[in-house]
Ligand binder design. Structure first.
Ligand SMILES: [Cu+2]
Length: 87
C-alpha cells in the first residue's frame, strides 16, 4: 500500500456548462443578431453565444450554476427582442 502522491486532484468541481437554444422574435437584420449576441455574451457566466438570424435562434453555452435560462431570456428582452422558446 502506498501513497498516491501528487496524483490527487484538489480542484473544486468544474462548473457544469449547459447549452440552450433560444428562439427569438424581433431580429430583422445582422445588426439585431449582433446586439443579441452582445447582450448574451456580456453575461458573466456565458461562455459563448451564437445567433443564427435565419433560424431566429441563439445558441448559448453558460455555467448553469451562475445563470439560469430565464436570465438569458431577460437579457434578450431588455435588448428589445422576445424569447419565444428555450430548449
Ligand atoms: Cu436589425
Amino acid at each position: 500500500m502506498y501513497h498516491s502522491g501528487g496524483n490527487e486532484k484538489s480542484h473544486l468541481d468544474p462548473e457544469i456548462m449547459k447549452t440552450s437554444v433560444l428562439t427569438i422574435e424581433g431580429m430583422a437584420c445582422n445588426g439585431c443578431a449582433d446586439s443579441v449576441e452582445k447582450v448574451l455574451s456580456a453575461l458573466t457566466a456565458v461562455e459563448s453565444a451564437t445567433v443564427n438570424l435565419d433560424a431566429k435562434e441563439a445558441t448559448v453555452t453558460y455555467a448553469e450554476s451562475s445563470v439560469k435560462a430565464n436570465d438569458l431570456s431577460q437579457a434578450v428582452s431588455d435588448a428589445g427582442y422576445t424569447v419565444t422558446n428555450i430548449q
